[in-house]
Each structure stands twice: as structure tokens, then as C-alpha cells.
Ligand binder design. Structure first.
Ligand SMILES: CC(C)(COP(=O)(O)OP(=O)(O)OC[C@H]1O[C@@H](n2cnc3c(N)ncnc32)[C@H](O)[C@@H]1OP(=O)(O)O)[C@@H](O)C(=O)NCCC(=O)NCCS
Length: 147
């Protein structure tokens, strides 16, 4: 699936194996009732922000909401870990992925020229801020505010 989806940029079996057990990684997989893997996605939490490392859905199962479900699960995980934001890079010509990220609330931060090599394709960097939930609500009267 990795080679089919990412071509010459695909990670090798060994790179994938090392990535799965890397520090701060959380990976999820989408499997059919029989146990076949049809999607996988992962994040790296560095203690402050989370980075989307990869998102992939088997071509035969795309367009059914699998990537969205995997990402929603990972965003919940990032929030639970206390990440301030979630960051990612995406090829500027990857319309399905950009659409998916935008509908999840990601916005474009900047453009990295020639980020994808050897194809020499630019990347958008995108960010989703995860504001901390309000933990305490305290009444503040106008006279207290002024002092
Ligand atoms: C990007 C990718 C992960 C999406 O996976 P998916 O399981 O098909 O995504 P979903 O079914 O959850 O769809 C998410 C959104 O993408 C849109 N989408 C999916 N395939 C699309 C296509 N071929 N063209 C346009 N939009 C598409 C859907 O419309 C959907 O939006 P909606 O819910 O508003 O309709 C999948 O296309 C893929 O594996 N691509 C190759 C690897 C890749 O590019 N990964 C991202 C690297 S940054």
C-alpha cells in the first residue's frame, strides 16, 4: 500500500517498522472485519506540538471516510497529550488531502519550495491550533478587572 500510494517517496519496510516504534509516535490502522489493513495514519508528539507523519488509505477503499476517521482519532490523541497545535506538510498538488485537512480545520502556514525530492514539488505547511479547554470559570466583576 505504501509503495502504491507514495511511489518513489515511499518508506521502506524497515523505515516503517522503525517509525512505528519511534519516540512520541501514535499510529492507528483501519481494518476490515476480517483483519485486512486498509488504512494507516500516525502522529509524532514532540512534547509541544504534534506532527502528522503520514495518512494513507488503500485505493480500493478511498472516499469512504476512512482517512477522516483516522485523523479525528489522532487529533483527539494530540489534544489528550496536551499538544498546542498539529502540523503537517502536504504536496501542493494533492487536492484530496488538502480538502480533507481544510475540512478538519487546518489552515495554510506557508509554502516549502522543492520539499518533495526528487520530484521537486512544493509543500504547503498546514496547522491546526488546539486551544486548551477552559478548566476553570471564575466570575470577574468590572471593579476587579480595573484594579
Ligand atoms: C488523502 C487520502 C489519505 C484520503 O483518504 P480517504 O480515506 O479517501 O479520505 P476520506 O474518504 O476520509 O475523504 C476525506 C475527504 O477527501 C475527499 N476526497 C477523497 N478522495 C478524493 C478525490 N479523489 N478527489 C477529491 N477529493 C477527495 C473526500 O471528498 C472527503 O471529503 P468530504 O468528506 O468532504 O467528502 C487518500 O487519498 C490517500 O491515501 N492518498 C495517497 C496518500 C496521500 O496523499 N496521503 C496524504 C499525504 S499528506
Amino acid at each position: 500500500m505504501e509503495r502504491t500510494l507514495f511511489g518513489i517517496s515511499a518508506w521502506t519496510r524497515q523505515m516503517l517498522a522503525e517509525e512505528l516504534v519511534g519516540p512520541g509516535r501514535t499510529y492507528v490502522g483501519a481494518e476490515l472485519p476480517g483483519g485486512s489493513l486498509v488504512g494507516y495514519a500516525g502522529i509524532w508528539f514532540d512534547g509541544r506540538d504534534a506532527q502528522v507523519m503520514t495518512v494513507a488509505t488503500d485505493p480500493g477503499y478511498q472516499g469512504r471516510g476512512i482517512a477522516r476517521r483516522m485523523l479525528v482519532t489522532l487529533l483527539e490523541r494530540a489534544r489528550a497529550l496536551g499538544a498546542e497545535s498539529v502540523l503537517l506538510e502536504v504536496r501542493v498538488d494533492n487536492a484530496p488531502a488538502i480538502h480533507l485537512y481544510e475540512t478538519l480545520g487546518f489552515t495554510q502556514l506557508g509554502r516549502r519550495r522543492g520539499y518533495y525530492q526528487p520530484e521537486n514539488v512544493d509543500a504547503w505547511t498546514m496547522q491546526l491550533l488546539l486551544p486548551r479547554e477552559v478548566r476553570e470559570v471564575r466570575e470577574v466583576r468590572p471593579e476587579q478587572e480595573a484594579s
